[in-house]
Design a protein around this ligand. Structure first.
Ligand SMILES: O=c1ccn([C@@H]2O[C@H](COP(=O)(O)O)[C@@H](O)[C@H]2O)c(=O)[nH]1
Length: 273
């Protein structure tokens, strides 16, 4: 999917919501556990309940890998079930020496056909470039993450008083254009959002950390929106586990709807003309 198509979807749906499919077998409603593939069954119901309200789905690969081969099957079926006009993100946080990254890229882009994959930048150019070989596939580079530990390295500044996350954003723009590269910027780090936007004015940011981690959707939207919106705001637990009984799909839809309506308001208010 291109940046222009993504923006078109955002405008049509008045939404920049990314639903996180962090499907934990221990958390899904008990009545689904008798299904042959409970994780897929749960995802299918969540996708049916939210597809008209979001522009992206982000399965976190850890939740599937932890189930062994069955989990990979659930992931494959889930990906096939997501409507084709919705952007897909393999949240795998990969990156290794070049020949290994090539195989990771093959896994997520050739075998699974995801639109994008999250990549850790710290092994440098040769670890990231193998993910950039197809023009319609995206790398979403970890820049300033939402967790408390992002202070340990990403917010350390060098002699020239640049933070490490700023070096990541600047350097990586030599490897790919805004048509293939996005950044992960945590919703809990809005203090830095204007600084980030100044470094990457036209890029899309994947923003996790609203809802369960406490980030503010309005702050992200006010400080981070660009002319093409430039934001995919992820929420996982708050949506998919909004309910745990027979009506869990309605509860998930209600939470996704609440976020979409807020987003419609912020697109009106903050999208630069
Ligand atoms: O900085 C980061 C990078 C990735 N994540 C991932 O996003 C979701 C957040 O889930 P919630 O339930 O909405 O908190 C999860 O898959 C994380 O691994 C992140 O939170 N922060």
């Amino acid at each position: 999917m291109t940046r222009a198509e993504l923006f078109q979807n955002i405008q049509q749906k008045e939404s920049y919501l990314c639903v996180g499919l962090d499907t934990d077998i221990k958390k899904i409603p008990s009545h689904l556990l008798a299904a042959p593939d409970p994780i897929f069954e749960f995802n299918k119901i969540i996708i049916d309940a939210t597809a008209d309200l979001c522009v992206a789905y982000k399965p976190n690969i850890a939740f599937y890998e932890a189930q062994g081969p069955k989990g990979w099957e659930s992931l494959e079926k889930t990906l096939a079930y997501i409507p084709k006009d919705i952007f897909t993100i393999a949240d795998a946080k990969r990156g290794d020496i070049g020949n290994t990254s090539e195989l990771y890229a093959r896994t997520f882009f050739d075998y699974f056909n995801f639109d994008s994959v999250t990549v850790a930048p710290y092994m440098g150019a040769d670890s990231v470039k193998p993910f950039l070989i197809k023009p319609d596939k995206w790398v979403i580079l970890l820049a300033l993450t939402s967790n408390p530990g992002s202070q340990d390295f990403q917010l350390i500044s060098s002699e020239n008083s640049k933070y490490l996350f700023e070096e990541v954003i600047q350097k990586s723009q030599q490897w790919a254009t805004k048509e293939q590269l996005m950044y992960v910027i945590g919703a809990t780090r809005t203090d830095y959002l204007q600084r980030v936007r100044a470094l990457a004015p036209e890029h899309f940011f994947l923003v996790p950390g609203v809802g369960a981690q406490g980030g503010s959707l309005e702050e992200i939207s006010r400080l981070g929106m660009n002319k093409q919106c430039g934001l995919l705001v992820n929420s996982a637990r708050n949506i998919i586990y909004a309910g745990n009984g027979p009506d869990f799909a309605q509860q998930a839809r209600q939470e996704a709807r609440r976020m979409q309506q807020e987003m419609a308001e912020y697109l009106e208010k903050y999208l630069p003309v």
